[in-house]
Write a protein that binds this ligand. Structure first.
Ligand SMILES: Cc1cc2nc3c(=O)[nH]c(=O)nc-3n(C[C@H](O)[C@H](O)[C@H](O)COP(=O)(O)OP(=O)(O)OC[C@H]3O[C@@H](n4cnc5c(N)ncnc54)[C@H](O)[C@@H]3O)c2cc1C
Length: 460
């Protein structure tokens, strides 16, 4: 989307190269899924990729024959397949590849390669090293590499050749399922686990599934929202974690007492979350991650009602069991892959699976991901991690901050890489604004005023 916005707004000759490892640019992990049952977890009305055109995605959907019969009000509330959203981003990207007559000197091209290293060039700008040996020269570089791979578990290093272990939940594990009396263990009970259960259900696999995580909690369902006033006092970012938690919990209790959904209190924080997070001390952020993040994820990262129903049906029919506990290790045995779990609903226990899939989400420690690009960036001092080592440190204008604390003159980062800086930075409503702002900054154009807040609705 940075490339799309560069092509939209450039008024001078410009060359943009999108380096993307494998697959079509524009899809990534989320929208490159091969499975049609994987739905967006945000209603169509809030999925425009262009912050200055909030209804763009709904308009685009309306041009497709499979959606054109739906009244626009219904279309706005639909949770479409992530594959369809990939088509949307792809179509936007394709349009940026075609120079329009009056902009024939704005060229966007793609290179299929892995970026392994960035180096500062003596004359300003950068050298972008690719895995296949060549290097690109650039005046500016934007790192938009998405989520880090999941953290490995002790014992997983011995399972690299074991077909029963799937460390990458986005690989095609569903092509080789165990027999119908088999057992699949899912590590994690969040959105990735939900995707796996949807696929097993769509394929009518009849075996038993156990999903385990520290909380053992299933993401909640979206619901049709109601009017609710903004309740944060002025200066809420200075209150500190204890007072903020008190405020939110008090709202949740009030909503429950009124017979309303307490998630409304969390939804109302959405436009303020980045500001609140920035205002917390490092110690408060650590406490939040330890004590509240699991609850936050369940309430904030909700799923489409029909998806929630499918997962609940699996639980009620006994096909899916949710367990709580800390995943300790993995051991391959003849009988299956054994997952050691401690401190949960069953004390210390073991789960033996014919397949075990890692659904625990991105690695929590950025410096330990082992990704060559990140390792070399940190080693060279061109970048540094945030205080909690969740991602890269960046200034308010998305310039990466180097080891000495200086914002880079040519390197920008966005999206999930900034989770430690912003917390709320992984979903389209935030990404579209970041891509737009970075593109305009690269073109030395003023940032556009944010669109009418009334158009940005956070709950459904
Ligand atoms: C399963 C899933 C479902 C989601 N569903 C939603 C949703 O419904 N609504 C929503 O708003 N958000 C959703 N999200 C959030 C999602 O993260 C963002 O919407 C978006 O996909 C992130 O975009 P990105 O460009 O930052 O990263 P990605 O889309 O992951 O793209 C990163 C790209 O960089 C490439 N890459 C990485 N490293 C290198 C390298 N070293 N060299 C070359 N190329 C590299 C990757 O191959 C990939 O193509 C979902 C996320 C996931 C994982």
């Amino acid at each position: 989307m940075v490339a799309v916005n560069l092509a939209r707004f450039a008024r001078q000759p410009l060359s943009v190269t999108v380096v993307n490892r494998g697959g079509e640019p524009g899809r990534g992990v989320a929208y490159g899924t091969s499975r049609p049952e994987h739905l967006l977890n945000v209603a169509a009305r809030n999925m425009s990729a262009l912050p200055d055109r909030p209804t763009h995605f709904v308009e685009w959907l309306g041009t497709r024959c499979d959606f054109s019969d739906l009244p626009v009000e219904e279309l706005r509330e639909t949770f479409v397949s992530r594959r369809v959203y990939g088509d949307y981003v792809r179509s936007l990207f394709e349009s940026s590849l075609r120079p329009i007559a009056e902009k024939s000197d704005v060229l966007v091209r793609t290179v299929d390669a892995d970026v392994t290293k960035l180096e500062a060039d003596a004359g300003g700008g950068a050298r972008v090293r690719l895995d296949r040996g060549e290097a690109l020269v650039a005046d500016a570089v934007v790192i938009a590499t998405g989520h880090s791979p999941p953290a490995p578990f002790p014992g997983a290093e011995n399972l690299s050749d074991d077909g029963r272990w799937w460390g990458n939940p986005w690989a095609e594990w569903h092509r080789d399922l165990p027999a119908a009396d088999g057992h699949i263990v899912l590590l994690g009970t969040g959105l990735t686990m939900v995707d796996a259960v949807l696929t097993l259900t769509a394929l009518k696999w009849e075996g038993h599934i156990t999903a385990v995580s520290r909380s053992g909690g299933l993401p909640l369902s979206h619901f049709h929202g109601a009017e609710y006033p903004d309740y944060l006092p002025d200066g809420a970012e200075t209150l500190g974690l204890t007072a903020l938690v008190g405020l939110v919990e008090e709202r949740c209790a009030r909503l429950r007492a009124e017979g309303r959904n307490p998630c409304i209190a969390v939804d109302k924080l959405r436009p303020h979350t980045q500001r609140l997070w920035r205002g917390l001390s490092a110690a408060d952020r650590r406490i939040f991650l330890r004590d509240y993040a699991a609850r936050w994820n369940i309430m904030r990262h909700r799923i489409a009602p029909q998806v929630h129903r499918t997962v609940r049906d699996a639980i009620e029919s006994g096909r899916l069991e949710l367990r709580s506990g800390r995943i300790e290790n993995l051991v391959g045995t003849e009988a299956g892959l054994v997952v050691g779990v401690s401190g949960g609903d069953g004390g210390v226990f073991k789960l033996t699976g014919d397949r075990v899939i890692n659904c625990t989400g991105p690695h929590a420690r950025f410096s330990e991901t082992g990704v060559p690009l990140y390792r070399t960036l940190l080693e060279s001092g061109l970048a540094s991690t945030d205080e909690l080592d969740m991602g890269l440190r960046a200034a308010d204008d998305f310039r990466v901050i180097d080891r000495d604390g200086n914002p880079s003159s040519w390197l920008y980062a966005m999206g999930p890489l900034l989770k430690g800086m912003l917390w709320e930075t992984i979903a389209v409503p935030e990404l579209r604004g970041q891509a737009h702002a970075i593109a305009r900054s690269l073109l030395n154009l003023p940032a556009l005023a944010p669109p009418d807040e009334a158009l940005i609705e956070y709950s459904i």
